[in-house]
Write a protein that binds this ligand. Structure first.
Ligand code: URA
Length: 238
């Protein structure tokens, strides 16, 4: 059970004071009765709440898929730069969501955003072996030796030994390469540092898959949407 004004303010319907005024004006109906008490205790999962004639869709957690654009920080707050949370509508910001793991400022593509701490933990912990797939463009030719080195486990500049990773070559010339990289962990700048360890540079990086969930290619960079129930199940079971 929770207080009505707390439920509504958490959902972004205004401050407690504004909700008190809304209740006083007769704008809130719970289970078909006009509410007089803004401190009414109720179970939001069971009660029907109508505000100014419109039924609200209550949920505790939100799960968003964003096609992250270049130049935006994967954090909830930053002093200087725009964050992925700044790109959300107020009604989604009201849930106080956070990005699942991080993408670098210049990395684009699939970023999950949620307020479900438990799922977040499962998805970012290397223990669960959740695959993250990246499309990358590299400044030089990528070869069979690199594939083997990635498979064996790259040692990063700080001595960290990466888990085995899959490297697939789509195109490789002396002018540059297009590759797919699958990793199961998320160390700082991981993919870029893995290529640096074999003497190459990532010039473009886009995450295209998280677990069994592919990026919705119809989302333009900077756009996002809620996951469908089916997608959420795919994610939970990956
Ligand atoms: N690896 C990187 O180097 N950067 C990212 O943003 C993600 C993975």
């Amino acid at each position: 059970m929770e207080r009505l004004d707390k439920i509504l303010s958490n959902l972004g319907y205004g401050s407690r004071k504004e909700i008190k005024a809304l209740v006083k004006a007769g704008g809130v109906v719970v289970d078909d009765k006009v509410v007089k008490d803004n401190g009414l205790q109720l179970d939001p999962e069971k009660s029907k709440i109508v505000i100014n004639g419109e039924e609200i869709f209550y949920r505790k957690y939100i799960y968003l898929m964003m096609n992250k654009p270049d130049g935006v920080i994967s954090a909830t707050f930053d002093n200087r730069d725009e964050t992925v949370i700044d790109l959300l509508y107020i009604e989604h910001q009201a849930f106080e969501p956070f990005p699942v793991g991080r993408l670098d400022k210049d990395t684009v593509g699939l970023l999950l955003i949620t307020n479900d701490g438990e799922l977040n933990h499962k998805l970012i912990s290397p223990k669960w072996h959740v695959d993250k797939v990246y499309y990358a463009e590299i400044d030089k030719a990528v070869n069979e030796q690199d594939i083997k080195a990635f498979e064996k486990g790259i040692v990063l500049d700080d001595g960290y030994e990466c888990m085995s990773a899959k490297l697939e070559i789509e195109e490789s010339t002396e002018e540059g390469s297009k590759v797919l990289v699958t990793v199961q962990e998320g160390k700082y700048h991981q993919v870029k540092r893995m290529f640096e360890a074999v003497g190459k540079k990532v010039v473009y990086l886009r995450r295209i898959k998280f677990g069994n969930l592919p990026l919705d290619e119809s989302l333009k960079e900077g756009e996002y949407r809620e996951l469908t129930e089916e997608e959420l199940n795919v994610l939970i079971n990956c």
